[in-house]
Design a protein around this ligand. Structure first.
Ligand code: 4GP
Length: 837
C-alpha cells in the first residue's frame, strides 16, 4: 500500500504525523492546546471540568495514534479476529484506565500539578460509561481490557445508548430513577459518519424462481433505520495494542428533518421520524434477569446484530477470501442470548444475498458462533413471540423455522424412540402465542456453549440444556470460569496495595501474569509487609468512611468491621437475608447489658445496588434497608456498634472506592442461582474475606484460597429442589429468630409495616422460594464466627494476605486465553517494537 504513494508525499506525511507526548512538558502543551483551542477556554476560566476535558483529549490523541496503528497492523496481518457481541459494556471511567494502561499517570500527575490541578480531582470529573446493568456488562468490559492487553485482534460491538442505565436517587428511602446524561461530554468516542448501515424492519418476503430454477427470497418494503458507528479506543496494559469498541447509534434513514412537512406547518411531524428512529438506541433496558417482552428491545437487538454483522461481513469481503474461510477469519461470541438474532441474520446474508446453499451456509454459521450462558434463572431465558418476530422480521422467522426443521429432523433420526424430546428441544415453544426460545437457537447455531463457573457449567448441562447434551454430546459444552482485570480492580482501585506487591515482587509484571501473586505468600510472616498491608486496608476504609460522610451524611468508624454487599438488588442474591440479619443483630444488641455490649465487635453494614424499575420486591428491599438504617443510625445507645449505610447509585467508579475497603463482603445467593459472581473475586483480591454460599465462583475461590480463609454457610444446590418441594407440600417452619425479626418489622419499628408485608409474606406464606428461612440460622452463626475471627487481628491479617496471594487464577487474562484456545481458535498479534508506521 505504502509503495503506491509518491515518496515526497510520504516524507511530508511522516514528518508531520502526530507524535505522542512522553514528558510532563509535552503533556502540558497538549492539554493547554486542547483547553485553548478545542474547548475555547483559557487560563482564566479553566475549571476542573475543563482540565479534565483537556487531559482526556490529550490522552485520547495518544490512544488514537496507537489505535490507528493497531488497526492497520491487524488489517495487514489478516488473521482471525474476535467479535464480542454484548448489549452491555459497563466500562466505567476511561481516563484513569488510559493513563495507567499507557503508563503515563505519573507524567500526567506532574503536568497537572504544574498547571495547578490535583490528579484525584481531575479523574473524578469523569462520568461513568454505564452501558450495562451488572455482572454481565462488567465482565464484557474486563474482557475488552484483557483482549487488548494480550494483543488479541478483537472488537466489541454494542449500542450507543443515549441514556445509559438510570441514575439511582434515594428519596425518603425509596429508589427513584433519573436519566443519566452521560453523553453530555464524552471525549472518548469518535463518530464515524462515514460508517453507516441501513437496517430494515417489517415489510414482506417475496419468493420466486430464478432462471436456474433456484428459489430466491427477497425481503422488501420494510422501514429503514440507519445505524451510525461511534468508536471508542480500548488500550491494553503495557502494550501498544489498542482495540476498538464500536457502538451503533440510530437515526432516520432520510435525514433528521422533513422540510416539506415543516413548511406546511406540521412542525412536530417534521421531526417525528427522527425521534422514532432515535428511540432504538435511546435506553439500555434496565433488565437484570427480569422484565422482557418489549418490542423495542427486540428492535434494538436486531438493529445492533444487523449493523454489526454487516460490518464484519464487509471487512471479510475486502479480503476476497472464499466463504468457507469465514470461520477462519471471524469468531463471534454471543454474550448471553441478546445477540442471538445474529445467527439467522448471518444465515440470511449467506443464502439470500451471497447465494450459498443452505447447508454450506449453516456450517459456516455454526463454526463462527460461540454462546455464553450467564444464568439459569428461568425468567431470564429470553423468548420472543412468533407473531412479533413475524411482524418485525418476517424473513428471519422463516429462517428460524427452517433451522428448527432441520434440527428436529436430525433429532428424530438419531433418537427415534424419544418423540416427546422433540417438543422439549424445539426452538418453537407450542404455547399461545407460540414463542421462539432464544437460548435454544443460540445453542443450536453455535459450536461451543459455555457457562461462567464450574458449578454453573455443570448445572446448565443437567438442567436447562440436558436434552442437548444428549443430542450433541458433552463436547459442545465447556466451562470458562469468569475473571476480572487486575489492572482496574487492583492497580487502579487500590494503587497502594498494587505498589506494595510490586515492591516485593520486584516489578509490576504480576499485573500481566496474576499467578505471580503466589510469591507474596512468602511475606505472610514478614512484620514490615504485614504492617504495610494492614495500613493500606485501614486507609482504604478511611477513604470509604470519608466518602460515606460526604455523600450519605453518615459518620462511620473505620475501626469497625466493614461488611459490604454491593450488586444488583434481586431476591436470588438475597439482600433481604442480609438486612434481616442486621435487624437480628440490632435486636440482640438492644437486649444486652451495657457491659456485654462493650464486648461486641462494632460493625458497619454497607449496601449498594440498583433494582430494575419494575421489580417491586427488589425496590421494597431497598426501602427496608433505608428504613432500618435510619432507625439504627439514630440510636444513641447503639452508637458505633452498628451502623447501616445504603450507598446511592452504585456503579463502577464507586465500586473502585468501595471494594478495597471491605473486611468482609457478602455473596449469599440461594445455592445454584448465582452463575458466577465477579465482585467476590474483586473483594478477595483487595484483601477482604468473603461470607458466601456454596454457589458460583465462591466454590472455586474456596478451592484456591483454602477453606480456612472463607466463611461458607447454607444449604447446597443439590438440596434446593427438595427444600422447595417441602415448603410447598410439607409444613413450612419459619426459623424462630427470623420470626422475631418479622415481629419487629410488623411492630412498625421501621415505619408502616404494610409496606413490607409482601416481602415478609413471600417467605412466610408463599413458599420461601429463595430459602431465606432455611439458611437464616447458619447465616447468623457464621456472622458470629466472623465477629470472633475479626477480634484476632493478626490471624485475620494472615487470612487476607494468604487469600490475596492465591487469587492468580481469577484474572480475566486467564479467561481470555481459555476462550481463545477452546472456543475461538485465535492467536495474539504482537505489536511491532518501535513506532514503525
Ligand atoms: C450475571 C450473573 O448473574 C453473574 O453471576 C455472573 O458473574 C455475570 O453474569 C457474568 O458472567 N448475569 C447477568 C445477567 O448479569 O444479566 O444475566
Amino acid at each position: 500500500v505504502e509503495a503506491s504513494i509518491p515518496e515526497p508525499q510520504r516524507a511530508a506525511w511522516k514528518k508531520y504525523s502526530a507524535k505522542e507526548f512522553t514528558t510532563p512538558d509535552e503533556f502540558e502543551q497538549a492539554v493547554v492546546k486542547h483547553i485553548e483551542t478545542t474547548l475555547a477556554r483559557s487560563l482564566f476560566n479553566c475549571d476542573e471540568a475543563a482540565a479534565y476535558s483537556g487531559t482526556a483529549l490529550a490522552f485520547r490523541d495518544r490512544l488514537v495514534i496507537e489505535w490507528n496503528r493497531t488497526q492497520q497492523q491487524q488489517t495487514l496481518a489478516d488473521q482471525k479476529r474476535v467479535y464480542y457481541l454484548s448489549l452491555e459494556f459497563l466500562m466505567g471511567r476511561a481516563l484513569d484506565n488510559a493513563m495507567l494502561n499507557v503508563g503515563m499517570k505519573d507524567v500526567a500527575r506532574k503536568g497537572l500539578s504544574e498547571l495547578g490541578f490535583r490528579m484525584e480531582d481531575i479523574v473524578s470529573q469523569e462520568r461513568d460509561a454505564a452501558l450495562g446493568n451488572g455482572g454481565l456488562g462488567r465482565l464484557a468490559a474486563c474482557f475488552l481490557d484483557s483482549l487488548a492487553t494480550l494483543n488479541y485482534p478483537a472488537w466489541g460491538y454494542a449500542l450507543r445508548y443515549k441514556y445509559g442505565i438510570f441514575r439511582q436517587e434515594i428519596i425518603d428511602g425509596y429508589q427513584v430513577e433519573v436519566p443519566d446524561y452521560w453523553l453530555d461530554f464524552n471525549p472518548w468516542e469518535f463518530p464515524r459518519h462515514d460508517v453507516t448501515v441501513d437496517v430494515q424492519f417489517y415489510g414482506n418476503v417475496r419468493k420466486y424462481m430464478d432462471e436456474s430454477g433456484k428459489q430466491v427470497s427477497v425481503w422488501e418494503n420494510g422501514e429503514i433505520v440507519t445505524a451510525v458507528a461511534y468508536d471508542a479506543p480500548v488500550p491494553g496494559y503495557g502494550t501498544r495494542t489498542t482495540n476498538n469498541l464500536r457502538l451503533w447509534s440510530s437515526k432516520a434513514s432520510h435525514g433528521e428533518f422533513d422540510f416539506t412537512k415543516f413548511n406546511s406547518g406540521e412542525y412536530e411531524a417534521s421531526v417525528a421520524d427522527q425521534q422514532r428512529a432515535e428511540t432504538i438506541s435511546a435506553v439500555l433496558y434496565p433488565n437484570d434477569s427480569l422484565e422482557r417482552g418489549k418490542e423495542l428491545r427486540l428492535k434494538q437487538q436486531y438493529f445492533w446484530c444487523a449493523a454489526s454483522l454487516y460490518d464484519i461481513v464487509r471487512r471479510f469481503k475486502k479480503s476476497k477470501k472464499a466463504w468457507k474461510d469465514f470461520p477462519n477469519q471471524v469468531a463471534i461470541q454471543l454474550n448471553d442470548t441478546h445477540p442471538t438474532l445474529a445467527i439467522p441474520e448471518l444465515q440470511r446474508i449467506l443464502i439470500d444475498q451471497e447465494g450459498l446453499e443452505w447447508d454450506e451456509a449453516w456450517s459456516i454459521v455454526q463454526s463462527t458462533f460461540g454462546y455464553t450462558n450467564h444464568t439459569v434463572l428461568p425468567e431470564a431465558l429470553e423468548k420472543w413471540s412468533v407473531p412479533l418476530i413475524q411482524h418485525l422480521l418476517p424473513r428471519h422467522l422463516q429462517i428460524i423455522y427452517d433451522i428448527n426443521l432441520n434440527f428436529l429432523q436430525y433429532v428424530e433420526r438419531n433418537f427415534p424412540k424419544e418423540r416427546d424430546m422433540l417438543s422439549r428441544v424445539s426452538i418453537i415453544e407450542e404455547s399461545n402465542p407460540k414463542m421462539v426460545r432464544m437460548a435454544y437457537l443460540a445453542l443450536i447455531g453455535s459450536h461451543k456453549v459455555n457457562g461462567v463457573a464450574e458449578l454453573h457449567s455443570d448445572l446448565i448441562k443437567t438442567t436447562i440444556f440436558k436434552d442437548f447434551v444428549k443430542i450433541y454430546g458433552p463436547d459442545k459444552f465447556t466451562n470458562v470460569t469468569n475473571g476480572i482485570t487486575p489492572r482496574r480492580w487492583l492497580h487502579q482501585a487500590n494503587p497502594r496495595l498494587s505498589e506494595l506487591i510490586a515492591s516485593k515482587l520486584g516489578s509490576y509484571d504480576y499485573l500481566r501474569d496474576l499467578t505471580l501473586l503466589h510469591k507474596i505468600e512468602a511475606y505472610v510472616d514478614d512484620k514490615e509487609f504485614r504492617k504495610a498491608f494492614q495500613d493500606i486496608k485501614y486507609a482504604n476504609k478511611a477513604r470509604l468512611a470519608a466518602y460515606t460522610l460526604e455523600v450519605q451524611g453518615i459518620k462511620v468508624n473505620p475501626k469497625a468491621l466493614f461488611d459490604i454487599q454491593v450488586k444488583r438488588i434481586h431476591e436470588y442474591k438475597r439482600q433481604q437475608l442480609n438486612i434481616f440479619g442486621v435487624i437480628h443483630r440490632y435486636l440482640e444488641l438492644k437486649a444486652m447489658s451495657p457491659k456485654d455490649r462493650n464486648k461486641v465487635q462494632p460493625r458497619v453494614s454497607f449496601f449498594g445496588g440498583k433494582a430494575a424499575p419494575g421489580y417491586w420486591m427488589a425496590k421494597t428491599v431497598i426501602h427496608l434497608i433505608n428504613q432500618v438504617s435510619k432507625v439504627i443510625n439514630a440510636d444513641k445507645e447503639i452508637g458505633d456498634l452498628l451502623k447501616v449505610v445504603f450507598l446511592e447509585d452504585y456503579n463502577v467508579s464507586k465500586a473502585e472506592i468501595i471494594i478495597p475497603a471491605s473486611d468482609i463482603s457478602e455473596h449469599i445467593s440461594t445455592a445454584g442461582t448465582e452463575a458466577s459472581g465477579t465482585s467476590n473475586m474483586k473483594f478477595v483480591l483487595n484483601g477482604g474475606l468473603v461470607i458466601g454460599t456454596c454457589d458460583g465462583a465462591n466454590i472455586e475461590i474456596t478451592r484456591e484460597v483454602g477453606e480456612d480463609n472463607i466463611f461458607l454457610f447454607g444449604n447446597l444446590s443439590e438440596d434446593v429442589e427438595d427444600l422447595r418441594h417441602q415448603h410447598f407440600y410439607g409444613d413450612f417452619k419459619l426459623d424462630p429468630m427470623l420470626q422475631k425479626v418479622f415481629d419487629t418489622i410488623k411492630s412498625g419499628m421501621f415505619g408502616d409495616a404494610g409496606q413490607f408485608s409482601a416481602l415478609v409474606n413471600s417467605i412466610v406464606e408463599h413458599g420461601d422460594y429463595y430459602l431465606v428461612s432455611d439458611d437464616f440460622k447458619s447465616y447468623i452463626d457464621t456472622q458470629k464466627l466472623i465477629d470472633e475471627a475479626y477480634k484476632d487481628q493478626e490471624a485475620w491479617l494472615t487470612k487476607t494476605i494468604t487469600s490475596v496471594s492465591r487469587m492468580g487464577f481469577f484474572s480475566s487474562d486467564r479467561c481470555i486465553d481459555e476462550y481463545a484456545e477452546m472456543i475461538w481458535n485465535v492467536e495474539p498479534l504482537t505489536p511491532p517494537k518501535q513506532n514503525g508506521a
